[in-house]
Ligand binder design. Structure first.
Ligand code: UGA
Length: 443
């Protein structure tokens, strides 16, 4: 099929590239000329394992194209995907200005019948707004070209984006038009070779809702476990054991019940807020969803509070080594990362921070911690801990999983570790003389 994907962020770029890999002819559009020029030369604007090779292969094979002009890529296009950003508006709702702008452009330039797909995460009712925006533009032109708007939310995870897209748990297609449904099913069929059961079709509004509910449910699991962890500390239980104890019940399951420093990233914080806002706009006070958010806000400072409990309110003269800045491993993304909150809290209290992350240092330096004083960045984890009072682990990158603890002990002023991701064995660290603080277990 001929596909046009508008927006080359995480969702747009990965979707477009994977559709091309499956044999479609894809053009990815973005208004950012520099980004498009880079992509044409195989320069990927984000760090995502495996993406670069597939982009390069499909650009060379002429199945993947990049352009800044939407006008020229709607003719003979079977399906146009809207995959532009939906940032959080000031009131917490999803800001639809970019989605609607693209919809208007489509209406202004389409020449042949078209399926338009909302791939961005958008609140219930957005497909109707997109439909209206396109219809208005066609009216202005005095044209009546048939089109239909479909919801096809994306469930990929950063860091696993390629395998999530190529081997999805499910694909949700929300369509009120049987012909469009048929075409969308045909597009996704190659991704489900053994069974089509997980290619789920439903009405548009249910599909739009599914995306928010999936993320809110996962965020709820995390906040629930973080709350359990805090209670475990008070009653002398070990959340690591409780987690295994409950996960073994297949109704609960092991995934997404790892306590930590709170969820971050571009999706959970934004989508939980947007779902709350949608409920409130319809006169419903979503108590559980509100609590999920409140627990998460509080959790982001749990590690800082443990540090304050040990060293006191005034941290002047103290030096802390931070391992991990990105909101999770295998990404340079720092949006809503707990590290931002924790580091700013420490620095505000007079501490100095020495930071190391395998991929996110540039993001930290130039954007997320650019105004934070008293922070220095290092190119190796052991350099960062030298002469520090304690090491703080904030992202569970693989290279932090089994470090040389003898080296850590040698480099630190005192053998103290604050672990915001419960990565280490406390018995072994205890035997080695470490003071080891983790989430959900008293020392
Ligand atoms: C999330 C969803 O997992 C994807 O399915 C969805 O498509 C995506 O949002 C989106 O809406 O675009 P992502 O934000 O990339 O994906 O990251 P996750 O791997 O889900 O992690 C989110 C946060 O939860 C991270 O901060 C992670 O550290 C935290 N987390 C995750 C925990 O604290 N505990 C866990 O057990 C699991």
């Amino acid at each position: 099929m001929n596909l046009t994907v508008i927006g080359t962020g995480y969702v747009g770029l990965v979707s477009g590239t994977c559709f091309a890999e499956m044999g479609n002819n894809v053009t990815c559009i973005d208004i950012d000329q520099k980004k498009i020029d880079g992509l044409k030369n195989g320069i990927i604007p984000i760090y995502e394992p495996g993406l670069e090779a597939i982009v390069k292969r499909n650009v060379a094979g002429k199945t993947l194209h990049f352009s800044t002009s939407l006008e020229n890529h709607l003719e003979n296009c079977d399906i146009a995907f809207i995959a532009v950003g939906t940032p959080m508006g000031e009131d917490g709702s999803a800001d639809l200005q970019y989605v609607l702008q693209v919809a208007r452009q489509i209406g202004a330039h389409m020449t042949t019948p078209l399926i338009i797909v909302d791939k961005s995460t958008v609140p219930v009712g957005t497909a109707d707004k997109v439909h209206e925006a396109i219809a208005n533009e066609l009216d202005k032109r005095g044209e009546s070209i048939p089109f239909t708007v479909v919801s096809n939310p994306e469930f990929l995870k950063e860091g696993d984006a390629i395998s999530d897209f190529m081997k999805p748990d499910r694909v949700v297609i929300g369509s009120d038009n049987p012909d469009a449904t048929k075409k969308m099913r045909a597009l996704y069929a190659p991704f489900f070779r053994s069974s089509m059961d997980r290619l789920i079709t439903m009405d548009v509004r249910s599909a739009e809702m599914t995306k928010y509910v999936a993320n809110a449910m996962l965020a709820t699991k995390i906040s629930f476990m973080n709350e359990v962890a805090n209670i475990c500390e008070l009653v002398g239980a070990d959340v690591n054991k409780v987690r295994i104890g409950i996960g073994s019940d297949s109704r609960i399951g092991y995934s997404f019940i790892y306590p930590g420093s709170g969820y971050g990233g571009s999706c959970f914080p934004k989508d939980v807020k947007a779902l709350k806002k949608t409920a409130m706009q319809h006169g419903y006070q979503p108590q559980l969803i509100e609590a999920v958010e409140d627990v998460n806000d509080r959790q982001k400072l749990v590690v800082a509070n443990k540090i304050i409990a040990k060293y006191g309110e005034d941290l002047s003269g103290k030096v802390f080594a931070v391992w991990g800045l990105s909101f999770k491993p295998e990404t340079d993304d720092m949006r809503e990362a707990p590290s931002i909150y924790i580091i700013n809290e420490l620095v505000k209290r007079g501490a100095t921070v020495k930071a190391y992350d395998p991929k996110a240092i540039e993001e930290a330096k130039h954007f997320y911690l650019k105004d934070t004083p008293n922070i220095t960045y290092y190119s190796s984890k052991y350099e960062a801990i030298s002469e520090a009072n304690a090491m703080i682990l904030l992202t569970e990158w693989k290279e932090f999983r089994s470090p040389d603890f003898h080296e850590i002990k040698k480099q630190l002023v005192e053998p103290v570790i604050f672990d915001g991701r419960n990565q280490y064995n406390d018995e072994i660290l205890g035997e080695m003389g470490f003071e080891y603080y983790q989430i959900g277990k008293t020392r």
